[in-house]
Design a binder for this molecule. Structure first.
Ligand SMILES: Nc1ncnc2c1ncn2[C@@H]1O[C@H](COP(=O)(O)OP(=O)(O)OP(=O)(O)O)[C@@H](O)[C@H]1O
Length: 689
């Protein structure tokens, strides 16, 4: 261990992140954390966040629209929920009233030596009625709110589903905070607004009631509010402050990485690599290196008082009501009794509680309004890939052979890319309509990126991508996508039936089983569909709602077996998945509209026969289509290709037919020879022995 302990903790980050606009924020260090705040806000002390309230006020029309939408879902339910919430504000005052009334009646009875049984019984019955009504309204709230919640969530889920589905890739990546908005936020925002209104209503009721009581009065009411206001003003919280917290403590970052390695996704690698011992030793070493530096989350550390002064002052402020009745007892002894002291104590603790709840609920209003804004903004996010207005195909162009493509001096860098060089640098080539093109090249040379530009997943940064002689951006995206079929290894299976997974290649015919079975046969998935009891109707990963809690392996075997049956999902191999996705592409061909097929290494998991058959069937479907294949394997495809584009480091190294490129003896020939040589060696070796 001694030797290990001397090694430096590896730097998980090469450098501290370079922070831009350093003048616009201040920072504080909290243990392993650094927290950045916008400068105008400062990092410490209490400040009324006027900017936040301005945001709240300016968002008023949006909040109104939000409330209106919820109201329209079910007006009766909404009115009921709001009334029940507001009732909470009346209930506390009512309880104060009946409690103090009972105490006063008892006091009078005790003083006179003759308790007024009738009045006491009345007060107790009033109290019981109050308690029963309170319990009933609480039950009603608990019963009715979830019904409204479920309606609100489904409504906003639908809204968000549509908003998110229309986003293109660069926009979705750039707006990740907005696209993470959830329908639950909508309900939380509604509930937050109701709670804040209820707290304001309840507090106003209490203040009016207490200040008008003989044993209370305005001065007492004022004194009773000092402590909660004082405590809340001194309360430091990161919760509602705009901030960024991050850690550059290498020992801490190392601990977090090592801890993650216990997750189930690394299980296989950790066991196979036999590195459990190494992980634990490294963990201990990082823990020792961290020493006594506080690694609790930044929020907790920020809220911890540095000195006891605030606490002491808060407690003193809390003594003001006591001081009030103690002084009154001395100065006006005739007007004071133990009962009035007890009532005053009730008032002061009730005000304390209400003010704390009010502060908490009102401070949540800012977050509620922000959530509402995000919900609506998600639907208004402008896509980065701007739609064109030219229909495709154009009536004036003969596109019966397929799509004609030309790239002129195209350059492209992925958004936020950390690489030194762009993914594509000044590339040009032309693909005549109806050609079979193969793009080859080393890993990372830009092959897939070309396909992404042709399908408008991204737009080129420099240069032009022309489709049938017109810049691709001029066409309507929906038209272009209708005429393109893309088959890559990145495609996923949907959590739907196998038939739907294939049928969605042509969504208008997703129920046409005969067509789906034909597409499955073309894509090599027919045997796979036969494998399952439910055939094409099998859902590999049905959305599961089953969950078990606190189940003991031994004691609850029965329940565990029920759970494992309910959770059952079916697995398919990587090659089988590729066959299903390929079948989806064949289904897509049946639309009869496809003019460009882009195939990007979709066969990595297929056996050699499967791959051969897939490519043959794709080639056979070439009528009226331009076909572009990205591949690392030099076989019959490259031999059949009308054009081979050989990429190197983001540029076109060379292009031509197989024969041309072999004769040129350049990059393509060198890549080809590496594969050809392996077969040549294995063929000659037995003879040479
Ligand atoms: N989403 C992305 N974000 C940032 N950089 C990316 C992204 N996708 C690819 N790149 C980078 O762009 C460059 C070109 O990638 P591309 O996927 O086009 O290469 P490729 O030739 O298809 O590679 P391979 O043969 O490994 O599939 C690479 O340097 C890669 O790291």
């Amino acid at each position: 261990m001694g030797a290990i302990a001397e090694k430096p903790i590896k730097q998980p980050l090469e450098d501290a992140p370079s922070l831009e606009d350093a003048d616009s924020y201040t920072s504080i260090d909290l243990g392993v954390w650094r927290v950045l705040f916008p400068k105008e806000m400062g990092s410490t002390g209490f400040r009324i966040p006027m900017d936040k309230w301005n945001t709240v006020i300016l968002a008023y029309p949006l909040v109104l629209r939000f409330l209106q939408e919820i109201y329209n879902l079910n007006p009766l339910l909404v009115i009921l929920v709001v009334l029940l919430k507001l009732w909470e504000g009346v209930e506390s005052v009512l309880m104060l009233y009946v409690s103090s009334r009972l105490l006063q009646i008892i006091e009078v009875g005790l003083a006179e030596g003759r308790p007024d049984v009738h009045a006491i019984a009345q007060a107790i019955i009033a109290r019981l009625i109050c308690v029963t009504f309170t319990a009933t309204t609480r039950w009603a709230r608990g019963y009715i709110c979830p019904i409204l919640e479920s309606r609100v969530r489904l409504h906003f889920e639908d809204h968000l589903l549509r908003a998110k589905l229309r986003l293109d890739i660069p926009t979705a990546t750039d707006n990740s905070s907005k696209t993470q908005a959830s329908a639950y936020d909508a309900w939380r925002a509604f509930e937050g607004l109701c709670d804040a209104s209820q707290q304001v209503f309840g507090l106003v009721n209490q203040l009016i009631f207490i200040s008008q009581q003989k044993s209370g009065g305005p001065l007492f009411t004022l004194l009773a509010t000092v402590r909660p206001i004082f405590t809340l003003m001194g309360h430091r919280t990161l919760w509602m402050k705009p901030h960024v917290a991050y850690s550059e403590n290498n020992a801490f970052l190392r601990l977090r990485s090592l801890e993650t390695m216990a997750a189930s996704r690394y299980r296989g690698d950790v066991i196979a690599g036999n590195i459990a011992g190494w992980i634990t030793a490294e963990y201990h070493r990082a823990r020792d290196a961290l020493g006594l530096v506080d690694s609790q989350d930044a929020w907790t550390q920020y809220g911890t008082d540095r000195t006891p002064a605030a606490k002491i002052a808060g407690e003193w402020a809390g003594e003001l009501p006591t001081l009030y009745w103690a002084l009154n007892a001395m100065l006006r002894p005739a007007k004071f009794s133990m009962t009035s002291i007890a009532i005053l104590q009730q008032y002061s603790s009730s005000l304390n509680y209400s003010l704390q709840s009010l502060f908490w609920d009102v401070s949540r209003v800012g977050k509620c309004v922000t959530d509402i804004k995000i919900l609506y903004e998600t639907a208004n996010i402008q896509n980065k890939i701007v739609d064109g207005d030219t229909p495709y195909p154009r009536a004036s162009v003969d596109s019966s052979k397929g799509m004609e493509i030309e790239l002129r001096n195209v350059s492209f860098t992925y958004p936020g890319d950390k690489a030194k060089e762009s993914a594509l640098r000044d590339i040009s080539f032309r693909i005549p309509a109806g050609s079979l093109v193969v793009i080859v090249g080393a890993n990372g040379s830009g092959k897939s990126t070309i396909i992404k530009l042709l399908t408008r997943m991204y737009d080129a940064e420099g240069g032009e991508v022309l489709v049938d002689g017109l810049p691709i951006e001029r066409y309507r995206i929906a038209d272009l996508r209708q005429t393109q079929a893309t088959l890559t290894q990145d495609h996923n299976l949907y959590p739907l039936t196998l038939a739907e997974n294939i049928g969605l290649g042509y969504s208008e015919h997703v129920d046409d089983l005969a067509m789906i079975m034909q597409a499955a046969a073309d894509g090599g998935a027919a045997a796979l569909l036969d494998k399952f009891k439910d055939g094409a109707r099998t859902n590999l990963e049905p959305a599961t709602t089953a969950y078990g809690y606190q189940l003991d392996d031994e004691k609850h075997k029965g329940l565990k077996s029920v759970l494992s049956k309910l959770e059952k999902t079916a697995e398919v191999s990587g090659g089988e998945k590729q066959r299903l996705v390929a079948s989806r592409t064949f289904m897509r061909f049946r639309t009869g509209k496809i003019k460009l097929l882009s195939v990007d290494e979709p066969s990595s998991a297929l056996d050699p026969r499967g791959e051969y058959e897939l490519f043959e069937r794709l080639r056979e479907a070439n009528t009226g289509k331009t076909m572009i294949f990205v591949t690392h394997r030099f076989g019959h495809l490259t031999k059949h290709a009308d054009l081979i584009i050989c990429m190197k480091e983001g540029k076109v190294a060379e292009s031509g037919t197989h024969k041309d490129l072999i004769a040129r003896d350049g990059e393509y020939a060198s890549l080809y020879n590496v594969q050809a040589q392996a077969f040549a060696e294995s063929e000659v070796s037995p003879q040479s022995e």
